[in-house]
Design a protein around this ligand. Structure first.
Ligand code: XIL
Length: 302
């Protein structure tokens, strides 16, 4: 493991990155990964369309490459993601409610069984709530056919398959206190009260000028932690450059370190060159794998 991972570990946290299997053969990509991080999240390779593009026919080749690489370097792996409305193959949305329920249970069971013992935290359900002021669930095949209960059913299934992995609910625009994060908060509170197995909440933390680092980020992480779940920053990237970007990264690291139950942070990619924000520069390394001021700020804050 590497510099950011070691610094985080000294504070009892992990510091990870999203990884794409098709870049692992690029020497500078792999060497930067290996020199810096102690946790990886497959950026796309564990998503439903990647592992089960046809019903009950599973292909783990690309995800396995990432997991093998991580294990050979002593890095941990986050599983992302089991139930999500996006990157979902067409056959899933065509199913009847009864079939959809069994397909969801089968998907969770097969994927988690394949990776049993190798994943520290799973994003069991991703992005199930709407943006905006309603606090409502997002329309999806799962929501529309199975109702609110699909989330609980997914978590209960996940626990029966792998009792050791931490089971997370993951979302974006939930980083500060707002209608959407309030709705997630109410769900987690209800799950804890009724004994539905949930261990952690992931905060994606994709920040830009429209969605800056909230001033109440730490307070929001803390209120979730106070419900009795761990919190993790799961997909961090922050638009910008130079000292302004660095200062925003410092805020995020400080917020996590100030919350005892904030167990780790993951940036959503290694280099700006391969960021999903194609025209942006939101990560810690520039396109030539040079450390940016944001990198120095993170290492100094850890
Ligand atoms: C993104 C990947 O980074 C892209 O490569 C892909 O084309 C789309 O998905 N929220 C999530 C992640 O939970 O899975 C998304 O990842 C970014 C937003």
């Amino acid at each position: 493991v590497g510099a950011l991972g070691d610094a985080a570990a000294a504070k009892g946290r992990y510091f990870g990155t999203a990884v794409a299997a098709n870049h692992l053969g690029e020497a500078a990509y792999a060497s930067t990964l290996d020199a810096q991080f102690d946790s990886v999240t497959p950026e796309n390779e564990m998503k439903w369309d990647a592992v089960e593009s046809n019903r009950n026919s599973f292909n783990f080749t690309a995800a396995d490459q990432i997991v093998s690489h991580a294990q050979s370097k002593g890095m941990k792996v986050r599983g992302h993601t089991l139930v999500w409305h996006s990157q979902l193959p067409g056959w899933v949305s065509g199913l009847s409610a009864t079939d959809l329920r069994s397909a969801m249970i089968n998907h969770i069971t097969q994927v988690m069984t394949h990776y049993k013992g190798k994943i520290h935290s799973w994003d069991v359900v991703n992005e199930a709530f709407q943006d905006g002021s309603s606090g409502a669930r997002r329309s999806s095949p799962f929501q529309d056919k199975l109702g609110n209960g699909f989330i609980e059913e997914a978590f209960r299934t996940a626990r029966t398959v792998d009792a050791d992995a931490k089971l997370c609910y993951n979302d974006y625009n939930t980083d500060g206190q707002n209608a959407k994060s309030n709705a997630v908060y109410d769900m987690v509170k209800d799950f804890k009260q009724r004994g539905v197995p949930i261990d952690c909440v992931g905060f994606q933390s994709h920040f830009n000028s429209n969605s800056p680092v909230p001033s109440d980020f730490q307070a929001n992480l803390q209120r979730f932690a106070d419900l009795g779940v761990d919190v993790q920053i799961t997909e961090l990237d922050i638009e910008g450059s130079g000292s302004a970007q660095a200062a925003n990264y410092t805020k995020v690291v400080n917020a996590c370190l100030a919350v005892t139950r904030c167990k780790g942070m993951t940036v959503w990619g290694i280099t700006d060159k391969y960021s999903w924000r194609s025209s942006g520069t939101p990560l810690l390394f520039d396109g030539d794998y040079n450390k940016k001021p944001a990198y120095d700020a993170v290492l100094a804050a850890l």
